[in-house]
Design a protein around this ligand. Structure first.
Ligand SMILES: *Cc1c(COP(=O)(O)O)cnc(C)c1O
Ligand code: SF4
Length: 460
């Protein structure tokens, strides 16, 4: 039998039988009644789950169900909250409307029509992603599936990577998963990407994202990435791949049929001189705390890639300094570099997961305080807003006025970055658009220029 050796939690040599590793079995909206572990959940909660998942995407695989969720602690378990729909993830009025239809056994087309209407009210494309960041080629053609917002980094959304091994209930890209073509921003055209990169000498980083590009077959990833080792792409120094596969399906790097080819591809890119960064999405230390996840992290690190971690701070999942401190400490130990702590974006189930900016900053500060410098490398909390990535540096008082100290880590105009600016303190604010400039100023320093940029794009 094909077996993979791992070090188990006790530090002893352990073995994972291949039957745990190899089968990928996934459950969606239609399969809720087939998940054996849900038998202990009340029928009222099951009904709520069906209502919510007729609007927001739901997808979970057996590894998450069997190895990550602690079923003795449902519904509070953070990994259950991460993947299973809860009633309050929808605004009450929306919930009532959909529940009424489902209770009446309404026909499927009526349910999906209401679902589309309601989804449109959940701000499916936050921060002007569709309108503002899509670049044009030499002939003025829009390059769908690409985003070029910050000078040095191009994002690519390969079509085959626009799903994930499971879905996060808070996902900010959820609109892509529920079948509305208008909300997709994917591309099958790797030639278009390569042609664009060739014309952009200022771009040093390619970020392949989704969904999760690690759901792609290795041969598709190879077609996308291998050409970048040619001399004409020498300016592309860094290849980043965003993924939550280390959480949702670490078998991707161990036992999937093309796992070894994937590791070989990554090693090849590293050997060709690229910096390859796996941008691993983690929300809770428990995601790293299985033998399979540890084995996958080790297998990846042996290829020479760096693993950096990022993820949002969320009510019901990780609104706790101790959870972040333990997550970052475990990451440092495993050779993963903490990179960003995000603030949840204004979309989908936001009202369920959001926490005030002031609280997010407290969680960040109380977490890093527990760690040595190596555990303090994550920047945050960060709002990925339309003008740029805004970091909450802290709460302080200047001339008797309580303020947030803020700065851009990335900005549409590169010159806005790393300049401190101040907003009046507000205990409840959860996003940049709820903040007002401090000291009686009328606008933040970047606003006039930003508004002009927006108008220029709208008229193009
Ligand atoms: C975060 C982000 C990047 C990368 O920014 P870094 O600071 O280099 O990590 C690039 N493009 C977009 C749209 C982003 O949100
Ligand atoms: S892994 Fe990322 S893209 Fe996939 S569901 Fe979670 S947040 Fe969304």
């Amino acid at each position: 039998m094909n077996q993979i050796s791992v070090i188990d939690e006790s530090g002893a040599d352990g073995v994972i039988p291949s039957n745990i590793l190899s089968q990928f079995k996934v459950y969606t909206h239609k399969d809720i009644d087939r998940i054996a572990q849900l038998r202990s959940v009340s029928s009222a909660a099951l009904f709520e789950m069906k209502v919510v998942s007729s609007i927001l995407p739901f997808r979970v695989n057996q590894y998450v169900i069997e190895k990550l969720i602690d079923w003795s602690n449902v519904p509070d378990d953070p990994l259950y909250q991460l993947t299973f729909p809860q009633r309050d993830m929808l605004p009450p009025e929306m919930y009532r409307q959909m529940a009424a239809l489902i209770e009446q056994n309404a026909p499927r087309d009526k349910i999906s029509a209401l679902a589309s209407t309601l989804r449109a009210r959940l701000n499916p494309q936050p921060s002007g992603q569709l309108e503002m960041n899509v670049p044009l080629d030499r002939n003025g053609k829009r390059l769908n599936g690409l985003q070029h917002k910050y000078r040095e980094t191009v994002l690519f959304f390969p079509t085959q990577g626009q799903t994930c091994h499971s879905y996060c209930t808070f996902c900010f890209r959820w609109a892509q998963f529920v079948g509305d073509e208008n909300l997709r921003m994917a591309s099958t055209d790797t030639a278009e990407l390569h042609n664009y990169l060739e014309t952009q000498p200022a771009v040093s980083d390619l970020l392949v994202t989704g969904g999760d590009p690690m759901v792609m077959k290795t041969r598709h990833l190879a077609a996308l990435l291998k050409p970048l080792t040619e001399p004409k792409f020498a300016h592309i120094r860094t290849i980043r791949i965003g993924t939550k596969a280390l959480t949702f399906w670490p078998q991707r790097f161990l036992s999937d049929s093309d796992a070894q080819e994937l590791l070989d591809l990554l090693a090849h890119l590293v050997d060709a001189g690229k910096h390859v960064a796996i941008m691993a999405h983690f929300n809770h230390w428990r995601e790293m705390d299985t033998p399979v996840a540890r084995a996958a992290i080790d297998a990846l690190r042996q290829t020479g890639v760096e693993i950096r971690s990022q993820g949002p701070v969320l009510a019901h999942i990780n609104d706790s300094p101790d959870v972040w401190a333990k997550l970052w400490a475990m990451q440092v130990e495993a050779g993963i570099i903490p990179y960003y702590m995000f603030v949840e974006r204004d979309t989908g189930a936001k009202q369920y997961f959001e926490i005030p900016l002031a609280r997010a900053w407290t969680v960040y500060r109380e977490a890093v305080k527990q760690l040595s410098g190596l555990g303090r490398t994550a920047r945050g909390p960060v709002m990925s807003a339309s003008p740029g990535k805004v970091e909450v540096q802290g709460v302080t008082e200047i001339n008797g006025e309580k303020v947030f100290a803020l700065r851009f880590l990335q900005s549409r105009n590169p010159d806005w970055s790393y300049r401190p600016f101040f907003a009046s303190y507000c205990e409840k604010a959860t996003w940049l658009d709820q903040l007002k400039p401090a000291f009686g100023e009328k606008a933040f320093f970047f606003e006039q220029e930003y508004n002009a940029m927006q108008q220029a794009r709208q008229s193009r």
